[in-house]
Design a protein around this ligand. Sequence first.
Ligand SMILES: [Fe+2]
Length: 211
Amino acid sequence: MINKEIVEWCTGIINKLCEENRFRNKEIQQGVDGEKEHAITVLSWVKKLEKHPSVALRISALFHDIDRLVTPGAGRGFAGDRKSEEYLLHKKMHAKRSADYTSQKLKEMGIEESIIIKTRFLIEHHDDILEEISSYKDKDLEILVAADAFSWFSTTGINLLKSEGEERTKDKLRFILSKTPKFALELLPEVKINNLVLENLKKHVLKEIIK
Ligand SMILES: [Fe+2]
């Protein structure tokens, strides 16, 4: 399979998973359509940030949060303190489950081992803290994390604001921007946010982080 076909096949899997899980839509914080939109928006940000993204990066953009669709209960989000160790562990487990699922699917399709290894690495570390992300010195990982952060404002962030209110959304944004690579933080002021509350939160949290 050529790379373009692999990415199309991945998009097809997401569509299929969305339909299969629509019956439990309420269990999934953003709903199945919200999850699909997030995946596609992350991929489009990846393409804006990197002219020729690797196939592993494109697969990771689509599948990094697949856990929320395929693991019952995982789509509800986190009710506790987003500044806690427990939250970091929750995010690591989410990333690992997404990586496990994706690796298995890619293996079943007979995708080349090197692509599976790189995809697994990217997904497994997409929710790490900045110190860990920086330590890998991996450009694809930094782009994935940046694309995930940028897409949050037009997808997950809007849903979170509706379901959890401004203060909880601000805490989530602190978590996201605290792990966003420097190059992306520098681009963020120019990213147009079509929601005034999120735009203000962006400015506020950016000011806290870039001191
Ligand atoms: Fe994401």
